[in-house]
Structures are given as structure tokens and as C-alpha cells.
Design a protein around this ligand. Sequence first.
Ligand SMILES: Cc1ncc(COP(=O)(O)O)c(C=O)c1O
Length: 380
Amino acid sequence: MRIQSKLPSVGTTIFTKMSALANQYDAVNLSQGFPDFEVDSELIELVQSHMRKGNNQYAPMTGAPALRNAIGSKIAKLYNVNLDCDEEIVVTAGATQAIFTAISAFVKKDDEVIVFTPAYDCYDPAIELNGGRTVFVKLKSPDYTIDWMEVKNKVSDKTRMIILNTPHNPTGSVYKESDFTELSEITKGTDIIVLSDEVYEHIIFEENMHQSVLRFSDLFDRSLVVASFGKTFHVTGWKLGYIAGPKSLMTEFTKVHQFNVFCCNHPMQLAIAEYISKEENYERLGGFYEEKRDLFLQAASQSRFSVRPSMGTYFQLLDYSRITDENDVDFAIRLTKEFQLASIPVSVFYNDPEQDKVLRFCFAKKDSTIEKAGEILLKI
Ligand SMILES: Cc1ncc(COP(=O)(O)O)c(C=O)c1O
């Protein structure tokens, strides 16, 4: 039988490969983006209690009302916009499903979607599967800012969507208010939809403030925002998140969502609804991860690596151009095998083999893991 791949150029992701290599070489694994510490026991107990109470059947299609209401309150408090919790918020199986479903709902054959690189890896395959074409715009290193003039030049009458990500994986850069002003200008009078991936919205450092697309009233009608409880509550394995936006867009989103997944894990939704109502459970996240970033930087700044600023997310980029000329994939593999420290080469987040000699390290780890990684950095 001949199978014609719909994604011929997609293989196993580097995240799976580096984690497997880290296990094989018993390396400190700062590659894949997930915490190695325990989840708050209160959250676990809430899930157990909802399971015992018998909430083990299908949840409502768009999400448990208690959770949608809690999300709506959080959004109103943080971003000063009141959403209709029945029509403008849908609970999803993680941000990944929200992104895939949003792209499937709006991107048709030959539509163009603007994606900034380096980019998280799930956007481009979803665009391709829907017959669209990804138009890549490179962020300007070393600060990874957007060249809005280039975006303007790349917008065409085929542009259906622009995908944003702030705070940004893999670089840790964050968008400023002025970025959204530029975006408003560029999209004014067009049919372009903005898909804003904000899974690290609460992981933001120092004086930076998260600029959600939801804050900008002139972008609201064309925007969808995606969030992840996996990132916010250290439960990446639960695969729960949500998408929010105006009714006009969410109606179309929901049509696809109901056949894509229908509904998501019910007891966990009810547990998160209670847990998220206590603001400190997400407000403390920035400070919590800032301490971890600083712990990692204590060692990194004394090493032969050069530090690129991380203003949000739980990732830190380190430039190794003072150490070797090797390409980043080879160097990341060598670090794992010879020094037992696993990272992710940043070139994999580009559509072309960009060679910036930068590795991404995830510091969502126990302090002892970060200290161990720091000791290794000093030996390289
Ligand atoms: C930028 C970005 N978007 C989306 C996701 C996926 O989130 P989830 O695990 O909720 O599907 C990730 C996970 O690493 C991410 O970094």
C-alpha cells in the first residue's frame, strides 16, 4: 500500500530526541519545557474530590461553566475586558489543540499565515495540513524584536492570519504596547485574524507587564487568545487550556472544536475552576520563576556562555559562540553525551537552518537540578 504523507518533511521532534538522549546519558535535562517538581497537593486533592463526587462523564462541549466563569473573571481582572463566558471562552485540550483548531477553523487552501521565527513548532504543520502557506518573518536577534516594516511588506490579500507568541518561546522576549499599536495599524480594514499564543502570560519578570492582545480594544474583534493551564499550574501532562475571543470568531472555532475533541477532562476542569479562583495561585508565578531564572544565571554569567535576556517564559538562551564553531545541533548533542547537560538547539525553531550559535535551557526545575546544571556550565 502506498501512503502519501500529508506532512512529508516532518519527523520526530527534537524535544523527543533530546529527552531520549538525556535519559540515555543520564544527563540533567533542561531540554523539554516541563517542570521536574511536584504539583501543589491542593490541586491534586481537588481533582480527587471531583472524581469521588462522580464528575467523571463528559463535560459540556465548550467547558465546565464553573471553569469558563473563573477564566472570564481572571481575564476581566487582568486585561479589563468582560467576555461572555458562554459564547466567548472554550476550554481546550491544552494550547496545542486550541491552536490547531483555530487554524483549521479559519485557514483555507492557499491562505497565507504570518509566523515569526524562531517559532514554537506546532503552528506550521497545522497551517500546512489545512492547505495554507506559512510566511515566515525573522525576529531581529539578539533581542528578538519584530521588524514591523517587514511584516507590512509581507502582508498580502491572501494573508488570513498572523500568529503571535508573547512571552516568547524559545527566546524569552516579550511584546511591548507599541508592537500592538503597529499590529492594529497593519491589520486595520483587513480580514486578518490575530492568533495570540500567550501560554506564558503569568511567567513574566521584573518590571515587564504582559501585553495580552485582549488589552487592545481595536484588535479585539479580530483576535483569539490561547492559554495553557499546563504552564500556569505545573501540570503539562493534564493538557488543559482555553481559547477566548469575540463571539463571531468563537462561533466558527466551536464548530470545529466539537468534532475535533468535543470536550476535555471533566474532573480536572472542575478542580482548576476552584484553584484558579484564588488569585495568588497564578499571581505568584512570575516571582517563582524569576528566582529560578536568577539561580540559573548565577552560574551562566560566570561561564564561557553569553547570556541573552529572558524577560518571560521558563527558558533562557545562552550564546556559545565564544566556546566553539560547531553547529548548535551537534553542540547540543555533544553537551548531552560528554557533559550530561541536555538543551535544545535554537536552529530547530527556524524554517531555514539559521545558525545563531544559541541553545535554549529550561529552568522550570527544582533548585537542586538548576544548581547541578550550573556546575556543569562552569566546566564547559
Ligand atoms: C509557545 C507555546 N505554545 C503552546 C504550547 C503548548 O501548550 P500545551 O501543552 O498547553 O498544549 C507550548 C508548550 O510548550 C508553548 O511553548
